[in-house]
Write a protein that binds this ligand. Structure first.
Ligand code: BEZ
Ligand code: FE
Length: 297
């Protein structure tokens, strides 16, 4: 006699649904789905999820999908405000090991084709904002400089908007792709970033509002740094003293990433070498960052 058919029951729901995936030939997919079902059913039991609750949840996810466009990713935002993006980042980087510069969330505003720029060039194509110089050096885990590393940077403007959120600035404003020199050094001119709200006019914003949370991120500049033989790094530098460092809407702040954007106010008789090199006249801000890459495993 064949085994009796297992009909759905509350008591055995996880086991019955897991069984339905038994023939799945993709091991990773089966493992993920079995675990998802197990946690999802436990969650529904835990909160005694009602049909009305489920309808609200499905409506929310439907609206989240409908809010997505080529330049807006509402699901990434949802993952960010739930702390899932940062958790996945931690899990991913746990495998890479310790010792390098810490990573943080990518966010939805990275552009695959950032404009290549000369070392020292400005990424601020449109005027406005407090002049800022960012200098840095990319190092390998043993402290040696990494020549030829690719440093991709992007940031919001002094009104808190990325280029893709505005139709009055060219795409590529406040973005740049730099290659480090023979000493692993890079430099670019920009404007002081300001804190800004993540896009909050959609379902994710409504979720924040309903739970009494604000949508702001502290002022920061994004980096993706890559070099041959090293694990790529996605990170930010945060402006020391910025509002919201202690309540980032997407949980992205790490103490090691907070950098002093030194205020250079006084014009001295003799311009410093850096001012001469970058044609800078005070007042301006100067941030210096050392980025250590882990060796690829
Ligand atoms: C950002 O920093 O660009 C960002 C990160 C998460 C959500 C929204 C924006
Ligand atoms: Fe950002």
């Amino acid at each position: 006699m064949s085994d009796p058919i297992l009909r759905f029951s509350e008591e055995r729901s996880v086991e019955i649904v897991a069984e339905s995936f038994r023939a799945c030939g993709n091991d990773r997919l089966r493992t993920v789905l079995e675990s998802l079902v197990s946690h999802l059913h436990a969650f529904a039991e835990d909160v005694e999820l009602s049909q009305a609750d489920l309808d609200v949840g499905i409506d929310f996810l439907t609206r989240t999908g409908q809010a997505c466009t080529d330049t807006r990713q509402e699901f990434v935002l949802l993952s960010d405000v739930l702390g899932l993006s940062m958790l996945v980042d931690s899990i991913t980087n746990r495998a890479v090991g310790t010792g390098g510069t810490e990573s943080t969330v990518l966010g939805p505003f990275h552009m695959v084709d950032s404009p290549p720029r000369e070392l020292g060039a400005t990424i601020a194509i449109v005027r406005g904002g407090e002049p800022t110089l960012v200098t840095g050096q990319v190092l390998s885990a043993d402290g040696s400089p990494v020549a030829g590393a690719v440093v991709d940077v992007w940031q919001a403007d002094d009104d808190g908007f990325y280029d893709v959120q505005r139709d009055d600035v060219p795409v590529g404003h406040l973005r740049g792709l730099f290659v480090t020199d023979g000493n692993g050094r890079f430099a670019f001119r920009t404007v002081q970033p300001s804190p800004y709200p993540i896009p909050d006019d959609g379902p994710v914003g409504a979720l924040l509002e309903a739970t009494g949370r604000h949508p702001y991120r502290p002022a920061h500049i994004h980096f993706i740094v890559g070099a041959a033989g090293h694990a790529p790094l996605t990170t930010h530098i945060f402006v020391e003293g910025s509002p919201y460092l202690d309540s980032d809407a997407v949980f992205g702040v790490k103490d090691s990433l907070v950098v002093d954007f030194v205020h250079v106010e006084v014009e001295t008789e003799v311009q410093t070498a850096i001012e001469l090199e970058h044609q800078l006249v005070p007042p301006y801000r100067h941030a210096h960052v050392e980025i250590t890459l882990r060796v690829a495993s």
